[in-house]
Write a protein that binds this ligand. Sequence first.
Ligand SMILES: [Zn+2]
Length: 286
Amino acid sequence: MNILTFDIEDWYNHDDYSRDFAWEKHEVRIYEGTEKILTALDERGLKGTFFCVGWIAEHHPKVIQWIAERGHHIGCHSYQHELATRFTREQFKEDTYKAKCLIEDAAGQEVDAFRVPSFSITKNNLWAFDVLAELGFKYDSSVFPSHHEFGGIPGFKAEPTVIRTHKGDIKEFPICLGRLLGREIVFSGGGYFRVMPYFLTKRMTDKDDYVMAYFHPSDFDPGQPQMPQLPKMRQFKNRVALKGAFKKFKRYISDYDFTSIADADNSIDWNDSRCLTLGEIKNKLL
Ligand SMILES: [Zn+2]
């Protein structure tokens, strides 16, 4: 099963290092970036899940409308891309609810899927899943099943899993990892997808029964401005192999079939899937 997802944020919608949220001053590139993706998916007749930042829904609602009109599954990617590890439970709830409402207003439909910014759910803020269930989310795609700069839950198996929260069940669709030279690596999204030779991406995709592909409009935008305030390594990661990435993406979606999370849900036998309580995740009984 190959799942196609996008995080709809503009090139400047990151607070990972800089807490400067005065975003109106930046050059807007999200319309062009999103349209490019939507056209490629239309040409291939594919549907994906689009996790949208609430700030974009508030300031550029047309982008969300376009995605909805083209029949894609719409999810929430927080209000302004703050790390969940910086929030208390109440702040996380407030931020997520605000974003959900803004995106629902722009899309004209219910938003039932969530992805946290920068994989920032860890075993120390598992209450996030309670909040998501409380707010009516059915699906989540936040778990990074290894160590990550901003989060991750090492040991979590990369396969669709029911997470039993105190407020109801959430269907989790984690990020997937491949193996190269004995190391776990991301191959189906972001900078890793851009850098890796295509034959390796293909080999890893063929090997995996469950592939979670994730992209951003900025992954395919070599013209985006520099961000000199970021550390050099981060700047490098953001910019490496941008040229040619869209071509590679189009090749990837022409070589494989992909579905949205909502469509994948219908083809999964959940009675046969893993089911974990928050306590089991916390205590690494994975
Ligand atoms: Zn993001």
